[in-house]
Design a protein around this ligand. Sequence first.
Ligand code: G6P
Length: 608
Amino acid sequence: MCGIVGYTGSQQAAPILLDGLKKLEYRGYDSAGIAILNDGAIKVDKVSGRIANLCELTEEGKKCPGTIGIGHTRWATHGAPTDTNAHPHLSNDGRFAVVHNGIIENYICLREELIGKGYHFDSETDTEVIVHLIEMYYRGDLRRAVIKTSARLSGSYALGVICTDKPDTICVAREASPLILGVGAGENYFASDVTALVANTRNAIYLDDGEFAEITPDGVTVFDPAGQTITKKISRITWDIEAAEKGGYEHFMLKEIIEQPRAVKATITPRIKDGKIVLDEIEWSREYLESINKIVITACGSAYYAGCAAKYTIEKLCRIPVSVELASELRYSDPLIDEHTLLIVLSQSGETADTIAAMKECKSRGARTLAIVNVVGSTIAKLADDTLYTWAGPEIAVATTKGYTTQVCVLYLVAVYIARTLDKLEDADYYHHLSSMLTLPKKVQEALDMNPKIPKMAKKYHATKSMFFIGRNTDYAIALEGALKMKEISYIHAESYAAGELKHGTIALIEEHQPVIALCCNTALMEKTLSNIVEVKARGAEVLAVAFKGNQEILSQADDVIFIPKIDTLFSAVVEIVPMQILAYYVAKENGCDIDKPKNLAKSVTVE
Ligand code: G6P
């Protein structure tokens, strides 16, 4: 999704903005631009395509003198990804430039109103109304003009505005889109994401919805919609720069796959202390947990699949019904949710628009909310009654890996915690589950080490037009995420099916050499899945099976086998998904795909 940055200080602004924009590339974008204020005039440079094009156009920023500016990466929503639609947008009088992340829902009527008043529009974007409104409301006070403009906007926005009358000031505003101020010495910044700030400063102020700020080289002032100054806490960014960079790997995705043992350890180990689970500051009393009659998990994309994988564990251990709902569906479903529902919201970024909307909808119906998020201080973390962080560190590749596995880990902890509090687990089972969870980092490492042949297998399977992923129960849930990984980065059509459903339709699609990836790690259902393997093989499929080490039976049935270390089925998703991620990675590499930034996809989907 779009990313925004801004700088005001004594250094040349353009190279700093370009660096910041590069750090936001992972969010997904299709054009980029900067506006620099110098000698009383604003100069805008913007181009479609990659930031590299913008760097070339501006000679790495050297061609843009000036010590104050704003920058943007655009992920097209309203209007094609063209140079003209790229941000920043300029007012008709050239006095204001605006960058915007979000969507202005009432832009059509605002556009008509502004055209009626004589303003002309260059772009097809929703954003352009903002800069013309600012020009219309400006009476010599930028702060007032931005406040008045914001009051006219419906939708979501993080805005950065510069004005030729205020040669060292950037005005910013936030409503339902992330915006963070970076506090430096003699220079200050803003960005939609801390990754764009850490190279310059570790002191951050997280703006809340409805807040504004003025940023000058000497300081930042935050104010409310009435223009009254608010005192905000300065937080310390703890992510290090190296963690947000590639560290010698060819792609962020591979680095993040390999980081999983560490991420899983950081997420689980500190929460198992002195032989019991300690869930940070969450205090769910036994009475509260007894009052819950269902758990609803909501999320989008892989986070949704993380919920699907953990549903089995929660239901098995807690005996509470769990429904996993796509946030984009739940928000409009008039859901049957009340104060007896525990809503668990999963999100790596903590900023996904549909997830936020579903969460608000369920909160308004009385559900208590637990957020499981990776980004500290994100919107979802702030909205939730309780938050548990996945300590995965920054995830840059668009396709999530360690974000997914750490979400599943937190859900496992929650499952065992609730089951124990409700006295559904005997001591022996409880301690057994704790030790199973504590072995997960090692098992994930083994899953990485046991499969040096996957790149070779990728060479065999990469040229196919489609792949089927099959499994039962937990294996089916993991197949869903495996297929998603494959399609999003390799662009191969990949679908997952509950293996028992094959003969109700999908088997009609099986023909000679059709690759079928069969997940066979659910010990209780192994024989059933083996029968499905036999069925597809009889129709010519090539089967690549995933099974526990030591499973001899599978060798005689499948064409290729990926082994993983044996682990209790209750906790297997975190280990079993790893070879699926590696397979998708190497298939995408064989196909020459842009692995970290797949086409049409965005890391943080901040629009509906
Ligand atoms: C996008 C990303 C996915 C992610 C989904 C939900 O589609 O490409 O990797 O699973 O959004 O994002 P969230 O930040 O809420 O986990």
